[in-house]
Design a protein around this ligand. Sequence first.
Ligand SMILES: *Cc1c(COP(=O)(O)O)cnc(C)c1O
Length: 458
Amino acid sequence: MSKEIPYKIYLEENEIPKAWYNLRADMKNKPAPLLSPETLKPMSAKELAPVFCDELISQELDENTAYFPIPQDILDFYKMYRPAPLIRAYCLEKQLDTPAKIYYKFEGNNTSGSHKLNSAIVQAYYAKKQGLKGVTTETGAGQWGTALSMACSYLGLDCKVYMVKVSYEQKPFRREVMRTYGASVTPSPSTETEIGRKILEAHPGTGGSLGCAISEAVEKATKTEGYRYVLGSVLNQVMLHQSVIGLESKIALDKYGIKPDIIIGCAGGGSNLGGLIAPFMGEKIRGEADYRIIAVEPKSCPSFTRGKYAYDYCDTGMVCPLAKMYTLGSNFIPAPNHAGGLRYHGMNSTLSQLYADGLMEAVSVEQTSVFAAAEQFARIEGILPAPESSHAIKVAIDEAVKCKETGEEKTILFGLTGTGYFDMMSYEKFHDGKMFDYTPTDEELQASFETLPKLDIK
Ligand SMILES: *Cc1c(COP(=O)(O)O)cnc(C)c1O
C-alpha cells in the first residue's frame, strides 16, 4: 500500500475556500431562465420576492458573477464540520485489485448526515439577515429537513417542514431529529393548506410526494407574514452553495498534484453533483483541462437518461416557477418499492444545459445493484453509505473494474454525500431479498410526458 498520499487529505484552515463558485459565469450556453407560471415570462426578482429571500434571489438570477464571497458567519459555521475529508479508498482499490486510484469526498460528517447542511446554513443565514421570522420547506426522506432544522436552531429562526406522508410514517426517527432541533413537522398532504386539501380530496389516502409537499410549503410561506420558502436542491443558488464540495476537493487534489480522470456523483435534484463538479467543469469549459463527468440516477426515476429536456413545473400544485430541465413530468412518482432516494422528477437547469451540450454523461442503475455496492463499500471502507450516495459508489466500482480489465491507471473521484443510518428499512429489504427493481415502461413515461405544459416557447 503506497503511503505517499495520505488516507485522508485534510485542508488547513488557511486553505479553506472563502468564496462559492458560480459555474454559470463560465458557461457559453447559459441555462434557460425560470418562468412565471402566470405570465410564462422570465421571473423577475420582484416576482420571486414573495416566495424566496432577497439575497438568495439575486444569487439565483446571477449568471455572470463567478465568485460570491462566503460571509464570515457562515465560514464560522462551516468550521464545525468542514473541511470535509477527501479519502483515498485504498482498501476498496485493493479488494477490487484495480490499478485505478479511487478518491471520495465524504459529506456525511455532520448530524444531518449529508451535504445538505452546506446550503441550509446559507439559506437560513440570509433569511435571518432579512429580518424574517422563519422559513418553510418540504422534505422527503428527511435529510434536507434535518439540515434546515439544524441551521434554523443555530440562528434562532422558526422552521416549518412539510414531510412527505409515507416518510413521516416510515421514518419516525428523522422526524424526531428535526423536532429535537425545534422544527415543526407536518405530514404532507395536510389539511393546513388549500393545495393540501385539494390533493387530499382528489387522492384520499395518498402517501404524498415531494412535488406536493413543495406546493404546501410555498403556499404556507406566501400566506404567512415574515416567512419565506427555501429549497434543498434543484435551484442554482443551492448548486452555488454546494460548490464548496468541489472547491475543497480540487484544492486537496491540487496539493498532491492529483488530476482526476473521471468524476462521479449521484443525481437527485443535482445539487451535490453540481457542487462537486463545478470547478472541474469550469476548467473543462474554459479549455484548461478535460474530465469525464458522470451523473448516476436510479433506473426507476431516470430524468437525465429518459426524461425530456423541456420547461416543466417544479411542483405538483404548479405554484412554483417553471424550469427548463430534464424532466419526467411533474406528476411522475417513482414506483412504491423505490427505496434509494433521488426521486425528484426533474434536474437542476444548469446541469440539464451541460448534459444537453454533451459536457457530461449520465447512467441509470438498478436499486439492488446500488445496495450491493453500498454493502461492499461499508464492509471494506467502514462508512455506512446513504442509498443515494451508493449510486455513485456503484458506478465508481464499475469504472474501477473496467480499469482492471484494460490495465488503465485512471484516477476516479466520487461524491459520498452521506450516511445511511436512517435507511435501515431499505437495507433490511435488501438483506431479506425483498427488494425489487422497477424500470418504468415507455408507455408509463409517455403518459407522464403528456402532462408537460404545452408552451409556445423554445
Ligand atoms: C438529498 C441527497 C442527495 C440528492 O440530492 P442532490 O440535490 O441531487 O444532491 C444525495 N445524497 C444524499 C445523502 C442526500 O441527502
